[in-house]
Design a protein around this ligand. Sequence first.
Ligand SMILES: [Zn+2]
Length: 236
Amino acid sequence: MDQQQLELMWQYQQEDIKADRIANEIKRSPTRQKLEKSRDFIIEQQKKYKQIEEQVAVMADRKDAIRDAIARCEEQIAALTARFEQNPPEDEEAVSAMLAEAGKYRETIASYEQEMRRMVKDSADHDQKQRACRHEAAKVKVEFDQLKAVYDKEITEKKAALDAQRAVVAQKAAGIDPRLMEEYNVIKKHIMPPMARLVGNQCSGCNTAQPSSLLSKIKSGAEIVECETCGRMIIQ
Ligand SMILES: [Zn+2]
């Protein structure tokens, strides 16, 4: 390694920083964040809609079951009535037993009918909620589409800028020792920027004074010296 290599690496870093900045702008674009929020909202409404749909399906099954149960009760009452007509009870006790049985069926029917009415009301609520979900989602979808158009335009420009900057970065890589480049990329995974200048006897990345044993190594530029505190590659 020599000073010139480190200098080339430093120049590479300057362009690399610019490329990363553009990439970050793309990632943190307020338009993109709004888009993501709108998208999440629409998904949320779709989920709600689906949940209601499932409840409606459960209710439809329950309604069928109730209709069947009511029909069965009515059959029982009809059978009871037929029995009453064909074979009239002879004593008062038998009459009241039959009436009690009929009364029990009527009560059962009444409670089923009450449940039905409740479900009809719930159905109306569900319809209203579903309409609200659809309406809200549609409103946000309009916003989403508008934002998307803005974002697409914005992103096309930013991506072109990023591509151009990455091309500059690639040019700057020419002539750099692959070992040095690898080191740079390893450090970059932990800290950005991965290189720092020596200012006085301090690493300018973290402002820590470097031990004199390292200072001479940094000044000679003969080997890669990393700051013991922040891990950056230190260049004179
Ligand atoms: Zn440092």
